[in-house]
Design a protein around this ligand. Sequence first.
Ligand SMILES: Cc1cc2nc3c(=O)[nH]c(=O)nc-3n(C[C@H](O)[C@H](O)[C@H](O)COP(=O)(O)OP(=O)(O)OC[C@H]3O[C@@H](n4cnc5c(N)ncnc54)[C@H](O)[C@@H]3O)c2cc1C
Length: 391
Amino acid sequence: MSRLQQTYGLSEEQREIVAAVRAFVDKEILPVATELEHADEYPQAIVDGMRDLGLFGLMIGTEYGGLGESLLTYALAVEELSRGWMSVSGIVNTHFIVAWMLTHHGTEEQRARYLPRMAAGEIRGAFSMSEPGCGSDVAAIRTRAVPDGDDYVIDGQKMWLTNGGTAHLVATLVKTDPDAGHRGMTTFLVDKTPGFGEVAPGLTVPGKIDKMGYKGVDTTELVFDGYRIPATQILGGAPGRGFYQMMDGIEVGRVNVAARGCGVARRAYELAVGYARRRETFGRPIAEHQAVLFRLAEMATKVEAAHQMMVMAARRKDGGDRNDLEAGMAKYLASEYCKEVVEDSFRIHGGYGYSREYEIERLYREAPMLLIGEGTADIQKMIIGRRLLEE
Ligand SMILES: Cc1cc2nc3c(=O)[nH]c(=O)nc-3n(C[C@H](O)[C@H](O)[C@H](O)COP(=O)(O)OP(=O)(O)OC[C@H]3O[C@@H](n4cnc5c(N)ncnc54)[C@H](O)[C@@H]3O)c2cc1C
């Protein structure tokens, strides 16, 4: 195993889990990832394997049939998965955010109803804040839920749902009191059948959005047209807390995006080292030209720095501390470094990096997604800056 991305102080169990995921990635993901990605094919066999490994329940409490692991264990697993194929980590990520929100904000009845089946991978979660008109400015959402007897009726359009087609449960942010700002927002637990078209009366998943990368995993819109949902499906039982619940969910999601950046960057670095040792110019391997060697050194330093920052952010949350500052920094640093390391690896591959035959071509299309998801770099800087001034 490489000297890079070592994590000190892990328990025996954590080391075993990370090693099992790494072995799964080497055997089941890396050999097929690029072909599946080019075909934009949902990796069902890989998803089944992840379910057998217990990855869908990694952080869900043991009382609900999960493994009850820490955010750090989860992030290290995500790092390994992303080294294999970033899309695969995307399949677990929204599920993990929904499970987190249920665990920390759901009623006991909601937890008992969803978490055991989520831990078993029988039902999978997606989460939906973004809309066609807004992503960063969450408070500007327009999807509206209006009370009607014991139900609410939802109208509006959501955008960019990772796993929107394949999920059974969508934690959806809507406005219940448009004049109350952040306090007028509510998360509903929306049940649906997996698939596309009208997935429940008044609820439509129009189809997959065609993306430049991050293929295999489905990203969709979700249209509510007079969709009726019982008030008991409000996360936590009472309206008005949705904004805070979602922010809590994406705060842990940011550690996970940082972990993804670490995994993709690590793979790009590995590919670059392999290629730089094989490829010869002017009578020697290109790794022996100082410009290339220096590039590898810079890449390795970024891979290492991002990993340690991500681990620190996860440990802070696991220790019960507020970690929005560290999660924002880790997400920002890891996604920027990932983009830079991937580009350096691409340059080292010369013309072959531009060929679809080479894995780096896929990574080059995947890395930019990390600059956007779970809050853009600009939004991370806003969070980091405000938090620093607060202190
Ligand atoms: C593949 C993919 C999957 C996604 N999955 C999900 C999902 O599962 N669930 C979900 O809810 N969303 C999801 N998203 C949406 C994602 O979270 C948003 O795209 C992201 O938050 C940015 O929002 P936006 O696209 O509306 O950009 P905008 O908010 O319109 O921003 C455009 C640009 O302006 C900048 N900007 C905006 N406001 C400011 C400001 N105040 N100061 C400085 N700069 C600013 C941004 O940084 C960006 O560069 C996904 C997106 C993608 C691409």
